[in-house]
Design a binder for this molecule. Structure first.
Ligand code: CUA
Length: 347
């Protein structure tokens, strides 16, 4: 007797429907065009190298997936039991077949394995030549610090690089494990406290490439994004010269919101955590020397403008739970206005 009645079958189908819809939604989401973090549209030679490994492996896997699933379906239908007392033909295996389906996959896996290991070795090579740009990337809960040791530049969240140049990143962490991941330019590499990992990125053309921390690192992990901004070499050089400029405090005797904001920056404790080269020296939060050259702030999650900055200064813990910016006494609206007036001069 068959257990399943038409009623039970339709109930089962109805229960499976939401699951099916979920699968379709997830699959179509993966098909988005122009997705900013699309790992399948490399924008530089290093990401291209990964893509060149990934594509043939997927192609081979797809062929075997459909071949095997097709054979399973074929066998299930063609050789299904047609009556209660029917038994399958009893056999004791087929040596030739078994050798074939052991040897062929082993051979394919060996080829995939060799190609993978060669690519990994190649990607891990550290280029020490003078043509590369060196950047030390430090992961913090929850923002990225970029130091250009040969150029004397320190910035945050937005990593400027020249096009057509290999950029060697030294990855360090200030607290917990993070993972640096700019998908269109390279794979992801973990950023581990107490050790220095390396990775290289390179962009073919000018553009902005989004990325994010790819390792759970605390309550605001999802708010730890990053951007790589690739510029033509001459524009990058101009950016470097601009970044080297210090920002001395407004001259004594200067009045107005900017001067008062600069004073508040000291008296309300901002200076204890933030460096403004030429004015303050703080090691906890992002370097703000050229804050208003950036497009985003707070781990690249907010567009940098006075409205968002005001919301942030009112209650940083509300905007980004758990971050290290704690205001023992909240700032008044008037203080915020003056601080923003000062911060806007940091270009
Ligand atoms: Cu840093 Cu997740």
């Amino acid at each position: 007797m068959r257990e399943s009645t038409p009623v039970k079958a339709s109930r089962r189908a109805r229960r499976l429907l939401p699951l099916g819809l979920l699968v379709v939604a997830a699959a179509s989401g993966a098909c988005a065009r122009n997705a900013p973090q699309d790992t399948l549209s490399p924008e530089g030679p290093i990401a291209r190298q990964l893509d060149n490994l990934f594509n043939p492996v997927v192609a081979v896997a797809a062929v075997f997936f459909f071949l095997v699933q097709g054979l399973v379906l074929f066998a299930a239908i063609r050789f299904r039991r047609r009556s209660e007392d029917e038994a399958p033909r009893q056999i004791h295996g087929n040596v030739k077949l078994e050798i074939a389906w052991t040897a062929i996959p082993a051979l394919i896996l060996a080829v995939v394995g060799i190609a993978t290991v060669v690519t990994i070795w190649d990607l891990n090579k550290i280029d020490k030549s003078a043509e590369v740009l060196n950047v030390t990337v430090t992961g913090h809960q929850w923002w990225w610090e970029y130091e250009y040791p040969d150029l004397g530049v320190v910035t945050a969240n937005e990593l400027y690089i020249p096009t057509g140049t290999r950029v060697e990143l030294k990855l360090k962490s200030d607290d917990v494990i993070h993972s640096f991941w700019p998908p269109k330019l390279a794979g992801k590499v973990d950023v581990i406290p107490g050790r220095t990992n390396t990775m290289a990125i390179e962009a073919n053309n000018p553009g902005e490439f989004e990325g994010q921390c790819a390792e759970f690192c605390g309550i605001s992990h999802s708010r730890m994004r990053l951007r790589v901004i690739a510029q033509a070499p001459e524009n990058f050089e101009a950016w470097v010269q601009d970044q080297k400029r210090k920002q001395p405090a407004p001259a004594p005797g200067t009045a107005g919101d900017v001067a008062e904001g600069a004073a508040l920056f000291q008296s309300r404790g901002c200076a204890g955590c933030h460096t403004v080269a030429g004015y303050t020296q703080g090691e906890v939060g992002p370097n703000l020397t050229h804050l208003f050259d950036r497009e985003t702030f707070a781990g690249s999650i907010f567009e940098l403008n006075s409205i968002n900055l005001r919301r942030w200064l009112r209650d940083p813990q509300e905007e980004k739970p758990g971050n290290k910016m704690v205001l023992p006494v909240p700032l008044t609206e008037d203080e915020i206005t003056k601080l923003i007036a000062y911060l806007e001069t940091l270009k």
